[in-house]
Ligand binder design. Structure first.
Ligand code: FES
Ligand code: FE2
Length: 431
């Protein structure tokens, strides 16, 4: 098994525990930055990254600061917090975030850190509260993050100066996105592209029925690289490949539309579903045909859920897919939505969550069986976890050298890594 590093080891490596002064620590930080600069300078476009960018202990911290704290992240579906007062929490690096629906039904997000002395306010993964109350000295915040109660504070203390630190939030078609940074990337083009594709599926009218959590011993970039290509699918994903039509490895080189493709587009148009693909700087969106005769990601291609999602005719919608850099992808078929999210939790460690959503009125045991609903993606995620961990093991070897991404099957991997390096270099220029 690859070595796992505890957070203490990471933040204070043993050899540096007794360092005498701040100046030396400063020098240490600078030398790490120089190291990182050298690694990015060494990187060759179209090739996997230099080893250190997958294995260096400092890279985890860097990636959180340079990438995860500055970009849009998918936080969840609105249907996970349907009622005012519902909240969910998640962690971006060391920073806990609470995403909450306020009394007007609007979704907001805050740092989950009390403005008194910094205690974490909500400790559950999800919950419901009329107010967010810090467990330490019971400062209470309303659902807009305003401090409404703070007992026994001195005269002159002004509650209005101690609002929870807000985080930027956008919602599109029932999906919540957050950005921890002050200058988020432009969200408007993403909204324009995603909205018409996603709205027909009415994801606000869904409910979360299953979550799979995997702790993978692999750098988040290796997890996401694996998630951005289907070069490995035929060999690794027997369940998924019964229904997924893999365009990246099976292409008609003439470029002419094929009969199944024309039929798929015509069917979508007849039910008002937009087709096509949009590839932006940090996102990809599209609708694609499943394999012939398949309506869902199930082992027999038949729907797993009797109630279809949204206004999508007979449920023959192919798959509506979107992915964002850096943290996930989503597949919506006629009868369910599957969401895959990636959270780096330490050097060489990534938490992956898979979530399954069905129509809010679907009843387990009547309209669907959980095992059948989750069978394909559960197996696929476990297979991918093995691949990512195996990749990390190989990359740690002294024999590793960056290798070329296929221009046929790994274009999205290449785009992900270009985006990562461009974002990192922009950050480095500003430090
Ligand atoms: S730290 Fe939250 S009330 Fe004291
Ligand atoms: Fe895979």
């Amino acid at each position: 098994m690859p070595q796992r590093f505890s957070k203490d080891e990471y933040h204070a490596p043993t050899s540096e525990l007794n360092l005498p002064n701040q100046a030396f620590n400063q020098w240490k930080i600078m030398s790490r930055m120089e190291n990182l600069r050298a690694l990015f300078a060494e990187r060759r476009r179209g090739y996997s990254l230099p080893q250190g960018l997958y294995t260096d202990l400092a890279v985890h911290d860097f990636d959180i600061r340079a990438i995860f704290q500055r970009t849009w992240l998918q936080a969840g579906f609105e249907s996970e917090i349907p009622t005012p007062g519902d909240y969910l929490t998640l962690k971006v690096g060391e920073s806990s975030v609470v995403v909450v629906r306020n009394l007007d039904g609007v979704v907001g997000a805050f740092f989950n850190t009390c403005r008194h002395r910094g205690a974490q306010i909500c400790s559950e993964k999800r919950g419901h509260a009329a107010r967010l109350v810090c467990p330490y000295h019971h400062w209470s915040y309303d659902l807009r993050g305003r401090l409404v109660q703070a007992a026994l504070m001195h005269e002159g203390f002004d509650r209005s100066n101690f609002t929870l630190r807000a985080i930027k939030v956008e919602t599109v078609g029932g999906v919540i996105f957050i950005c921890l940074g002050d200058s988020p990337p432009n969200f408007a083009p993403f909204r324009t592209a995603l909205e018409p594709m996603i709205e027909p599926h009415e994801l606000r009218k869904t409910k979360l029925v299953h979550t799979q959590t995997l702790i993978e011993h692999a750098d988040w970039k290796l997890v996401m690289e694996n998630a951005r290509e289907c070069y490995h699918c035929r060999a690794a994903h027997p369940q998924l490949m019964r229904s997924l039509r893999d365009f990246t490895t099976v292409r008609d080189t003439s470029g002419a539309p094929q009969q199944w493709e024309t039929a798929f587009i015509q069917n979508c148009e007849s039910t008002g579903l937009p087709t096509g693909e949009v590839i932006g700087e940090w996102y990809q969106i599209g609708r694609y045909a499943l394999s012939d005769g398949m309506l869902s990601y199930t082992t027999d291609g038949k729907p797993a859920v009797a109630k279809t999602l949204g206004s999508v005719g007979n449920g023959d919608v192919g798959v509506m897919w979107w992915a964002i850099q850096p943290n996930g992808f989503n597949h919506v078929v006629g009868d369910y939505a599957f969401c895959f999210q990636v959270w780096p939790t330490g050097p060489g460690e990534t938490v992956v969550t898979g979530k399954w959503f069905v129509h809010q009125e679907a009843v387990e045991g009547v309209d669907y069986k959980l095992e059948r609903l989750t069978e394909v993606w559960t197996a696929t995620n476990e297979q991918d976890a093995s691949l990512a961990e195996n990749l990390q093991r190989g990359v740690r070897s002294i024999a590793y050298t960056p290798g070329p991404y296929s221009r046929i099957t790994e274009q999205l991997v290449s785009r992900l890594i270009d985006w990562y390096c461009d974002s990192a270099e922009t950050f480095l220029r500003g430090t």
